[in-house]
Design a protein around this ligand. Structure first.
Ligand SMILES: Cc1cc2nc3c(=O)[nH]c(=O)nc-3n(C[C@H](O)[C@H](O)[C@H](O)COP(=O)(O)OP(=O)(O)OC[C@H]3O[C@@H](n4cnc5c(N)ncnc54)[C@H](O)[C@@H]3O)c2cc1C
Length: 375
């Protein structure tokens, strides 16, 4: 009898998993809540690390397509102080492919294009997974659809529904992120385009960061990171209120806020406690943000994709005993993630601290024997 495998969530983790499993001859259905691949903007760009995100793409047989879509020049970054003085300016070596950036939408399309059309069941928001007496789970989706599976993999992101089958860990609110976008920047805002450059820009103040990144479509994505506080999130929906918070900053920098195409979009950034784990339960596991939601300092998508590669590898190596395969994946994943989650929490706290500029310069300055850290 063939094993029915369900993946809840068609984000970077879920799609990478479906693709690698398929390469090993294992079919899985991805249930995704969005109506189609273009239902929602996928956000900014990511840099994929050789040992995690790039490794998973190699396992997926997509390293070549990634090379043609990625933008190695996007690795360039600058860090400025509120007066606009340059504290750090990193330019990749010509020809370097160490930490190439790729737009999230391009990466998701690359994965979707590698799967047959019926691999993703769109508009299937999982609302409940109920254990069946004979093993496996009965799945209920928004709108009343139902399906059964023998193995359920929760790749359903930060607010995972599948997670509650395994752990009651709580999320904590770690920062506020306010986003704006500037389209067609080279033509409409050439000064801003030049300020941001081909990669990332961070302007670091006391307890707040004004950041911007170049997208492959010529647009710029602006992100303002603020400390978690009790203030009503709607406060941040006005450019005026944001400009008041950056009062005294160089106007060339705050132009990033003024140039936003529409009103700012604020959201709370949450994380799971580092070291979170669960006792193995037959027939179900988690990957990516569902398993280990971390502050967004450059590891989440990379680790989600590596989880997918490692879980697929274990399942392919031990098809007769999927539970042992899942257990082996979980033990290795917990060990791998703990130090990364701790580092991510430390970096997040450092970035929004009163001494952030000094701390960040130290963090980004390579010591003689070490490579530059991730951004
Ligand atoms: C502002 C920001 C910047 C970031 N920058 C980086 C970076 O530079 N580098 C990096 O490595 N990481 C970064 N991250 C983290 C990264 O985005 C996540 O860790 C990564 O997307 C996790 O992948 P995932 O597949 O686990 O979850 P997601 O990408 O969130 O995908 C989950 C999918 O599940 C679907 N879904 C959710 N609930 C259900 C449901 N009930 N039923 C069905 N489908 C469902 C969602 O629609 C979505 O498609 C950043 C995060 C943020 C917030």
């Amino acid at each position: 009898m063939t094993m029915r495998m369900a993946i809840a969530g068609g984000g970077l983790g879920g799609l990478t998993l479906a693709r690698i499993l398929r390469r090993h001859g294992i079919d899985a259905v991805v249930y995704e809540r969005e109506a189609s691949r273009s239902a929602r903007s996928q956000g900014g760009m990511l840099d994929l690390h050789p040992e995690s995100g790039q490794q998973a793409l190699a396992d997926a047989g997509l390293a070549g397509r990634f090379r043609s879509e990625a933008r190695p020049e996007g690795e360039e970054h600058r860090i400025l102080d509120p007066a606009g003085r340059t504290l750090v300016h990193h330019k990749p070596q010509p020809g370097s492919f160490a930490r190439p950036e790729i737009d999230r939408s391009a990466l998701r399309d690359l994965l979707l294009d590698s799967l047959p059309g019926d691999a993703v069941a769109w508009q299937h928001r999982l609302v409940a997974a109920t254990p069946r007496a004979d093993g496996g789970f009965g799945l209920t989706f928004d709108g009343g659809h139902r399906a059964d599976c023998d193995i359920l993999i929760g790749a359903d992101g930060a607010r995972s529904v599948v997670r509650s089958l395994l752990t009651d860990t709580k999320l904590s609110y770690v920062a506020t992120l306010v986003e704006l976008s500037i389209s067609d920047a080279d033509r409409r805002h050439p000064e801003i385009a030049e300020l941001v450059g081909p990669g990332n820009l961070w302007c670091v103040g006391v307890n707040q960061i004004l950041a911007a990144q170049r997208l492959g479509d010529g647009g710029i994505r602006v992100g303002i990171s603020l400390r978690a506080e009790d203030r009503d999130i709607d406060t941040y929906r006005s450019k005026r209120a944001l400009l008041d918070m950056f009062d005294g900053w160089n106007p060339h920098l705050t132009a990033l806020i003024e140039a936003g195409d529409s009103a700012p979009t604020p959201r709370r950034i949450e994380a799971m406690p580092s070291g979170a784990r669960w006792a193995h339960r037959p027939g179900v596991t988690l990957i990516g943000d569902a398993a280990h939601l971390m502050p967004p300092v450059g590891e989440g998508a990379n680790q989600a994709m590596l989880d997918a590669g490692e879980l697929a590898g274990e399942l392919a190596a031990n098809p007769a005993d999927p539970d042992s395969a899942i257990q082996a994946y979980e033990e290795a994943m917990f060990t791998r993630i703990q130090p990364i989650a701790e580092m991510s929490a430390r970096v997040q706290a450092m970035m929004l601290s009163p001494t952030a500029a000094d701390d960040i310069i130290r963090f980004f300055t390579p010591r003689p024997t070490e490579p530059a850290p991730a951004h």
